[in-house]
Write a new protein. Structure first.
Length: 346
């Protein structure tokens, strides 16, 4: 065992090989135990997403990390000196750092995926920019940690990044404003993809929510690109969130309509509205004397936010009112003027 092999006693080589082999055996044991636990907790052969993710982490990261740790401890037991020791240590630091970074990135991706799955209203494509930013931050922090462990002075680098960040922030205030507005839209969720929005003189359906802009498709078919900060700073009406639609409309009949018919009209209007399945009647009244008509006001609610459903119901109500008034001889009013001519008396 005292025989020199490559300048080192054979006993050291045997110890290093034993430690490395122990790390490999431990890695295989952990992987087997993890697989057994997942199989035991699986019901009827169906494995949960969390169990599959944990098993994938064991195979992709824990297993190679244990093997690498065994090799690192084994190599250190050789007590190599000089430049070779520094090179070996640097190689292991790089490998460990990359493994940890990749592990954290995988965990971050899984957390975002679960957030999208558990919240049905969030689309995975919508949170992809946030996920990319998180991955970028993980890589930057990991690289700085790696450089620090390799003996580099990262104080100047961090100071440079801070000064550069301030300069970028000052130069890109509008872009950063849109970015923060994106986070507001993402977490507060005032609207989702597919919602119909009206703000200012702009109206359309949301097609895409990006880091800087939100894209809407107008009723005319053109694409409208709006900055996120404009949306968060405006009063936005979201018709998709509306659970029911309140409808107010008026019907005018001609002056000279008999009093008995005037009294019947509110009941006629009520019966017409109540025939519609999704229409919830509220009220119908003789509201006012118009310039050329007796005005009746009708209020009802539509138990659906769909605009097409509302228009179908209103059309059906209008046709039914026309039929009822025609049967009873009630005339609809239209703009008229009466001119009285008086001749001069002799």
């Amino acid at each position: 065992m005292q025989t020199s092999v490559l300048g080192l006693p054979a006993a050291r080589w045997v110890t290093a090989a034993s430690i490395a082999a122990g790390g490999v055996v431990l890695a295989f044991l952990v992987r087997w135990i993890a697989g057994a636990i997942v199989r035991r907790r699986s019901s009827e052969g169906e494995r949960s997403a969390g169990a599959l993710f944990a098993l994938r982490m064991v195979h992709s990261f824990i297993f190679p990390a244990l093997v690498l740790a065994g090799l690192y401890v084994g190599v250190n037991s050789l007590r190599i000196e000089g430049d070779v020791a520094g090179i070996v240590s640097a190689v292991f630091v790089v490998l460990f750092s990359l493994a940890v970074i990749r592990f954290l990135v995988a965990v971050a991706n899984e957390l975002f995926r679960r957030a999208a799955d558990e919240t049905e209203r969030i689309d995975l494509s919508r949170i992809r920019p946030l996920r990319s930013i998180s991955v970028f931050v993980i890589w930057i922090a990991g690289i700085l940690f790696l450089l620090a462990n390799l003996g580099f002075d990262i104080t100047a680098v961090v100071a440079g990044l801070g000064i550069g960040g301030i300069a970028v922030a000052l130069a890109a205030q509008a872009m950063l404003g849109d970015l923060f507005s994106y986070f507001v839209i993402l977490f507060d969720r005032p609207f989702e993809i597919g919602d119909f929005l009206i703000f200012g003189d702009i109206l359309g359906s949301v097609e895409r929510i990006g880091v800087k802009t939100t894209r809407l498709r107008s009723l005319g078919g053109e694409l409208i690109v709006v900055s996120n900060s404009d949306l968060t700073n405006s009063r936005v009406r979201n018709y998709k969130k509306m659970e029911r639609r309140r409808v107010v409309f008026q019907v005018g009949v001609v002056y000279g309509t008999p009093v008995e018919q005037v009294k019947e009209i509110p009941a006629i209007l009520r019966s017409v509205v109540e025939r519609e399945e999704l229409a919830i009647f509220d009220r119908a009244h003789f509201a006012s004397y118009g310039d050329w008509s007796l005005d009746f006001e009708v209020v009802y609610n539509v138990a659906s936010p769909d605009y097409n459903v509302y228009m179908d119901i209103q059309q059906s109500i209008n046709v039914a009112i026309y039929e009822e008034f025609s049967e009873r001889g009630i005339g609809f009013a239209f703009p008229t003027q009466t001119v009285q001519i008086q001749s001069d008396s002799d």
